[in-house]
Ligand binder design. Structure first.
Ligand code: SF4
Length: 236
């Protein structure tokens, strides 16, 4: 039987970028057709709050604090009128709670004053909000408005580079530009979740689970760094 490693020997060195993207997209479409955010929310305002809280924190932790936070501050109006002391206790267990408290109150105030209380639908407008960088803005436009925004977090950056979807990207913006140039616009919101979930559960930062991964046939990192390890352990 031909293993993924066998196909890699035949294809990795000569595979074009277009073919690599095609393989990866096909694989994810087949195996992870319904990828979505793991943050809990019921409307755009709640997702914006949750994504701000999730910076350098786990979705699991954020999901533990948001039910009580959303119950106490169900609208941007109520959050905008809150004092630091009113909000901070709700998110104390999240990383950088002090900064995030200020960002949440400031973000809600700007939503009320500049955007009529609605979450804006463009990256350019979203990044004006306190606590909202390009990554957060792309999450909002893709998840809420189904626009082709590719949010590049640490997982997307690492997995894309390892597979070979990006080449010599030095910054998240460079990675975003390369990914957006090759992935069909209608699939970008889904592709963002594919890459995040793959990084979170399979292509782990310290020890990628290549033996559980269906992308070994096209993965550059596997071909150069991991293949010999797996072949060595298989023969023991
Ligand atoms: S083969 Fe290994 S390094 Fe490549 S994407 Fe899969 S888990 Fe990551």
């Amino acid at each position: 039987m031909r293993t993924p490693g066998f196909f890699c020997l035949l294809t990795c060195r000569v595979m074009t970028k277009k073919e690599r993207y095609r393989f990866v997209i096909d694989w994810f479409q087949q195996h992870v057709p319904n990828a979505e955010t793991e943050l809990h929310y019921t409307n755009p305002y709640e997702l914006l709050v949750a994504v701000i809280l999730s910076a350098q924190c786990t979705d699991k932790r954020v999901n533990m604090v948001t039910p009580a936070l959303f119950e106490r501050f169900p609208t941007p109006e109520l959050l905008a009128g809150a004092m630091f002391e009113d909000v901070e206790p709700f998110i104390r267990s999240v990383t950088f709670a002090n900064n995030k408290t200020r960002h949440l109150i400031g973000m809600a105030g700007m939503l009320i004053n500049d955007f009529g209380g609605e979450v804006p639908d463009t990256v350019e407008e979203l990044i004006k909000l306190p606590g909202v960088g390009r990554k957060t803005a792309n999450v909002i436009v893709s998840v809420v408005f189904d626009k082709p925004g590719m949010a590049v977090d640490t997982h997307v950056f690492r997995v894309s580079a390892r597979i070979g979807l990006t080449t010599r990207a030095k910054t998240p913006l460079q990675a975003e530009q390369q990914l957006v140039a090759h992935i069909p616009a209608e699939l970008i919101p889904l592709a963002h979740h594919w890459l995040i979930l793959h990084g979170r559960y399979t292509c782990l930062a310290r020890k990628p689970k290549c033996s559980d991964c269906g992308l070994t046939a096209v993965c550059k990192y596997y071909a150069t760094d991991m293949k010999h390890l797996h072949e060595g352990s298989a023969g023991q």
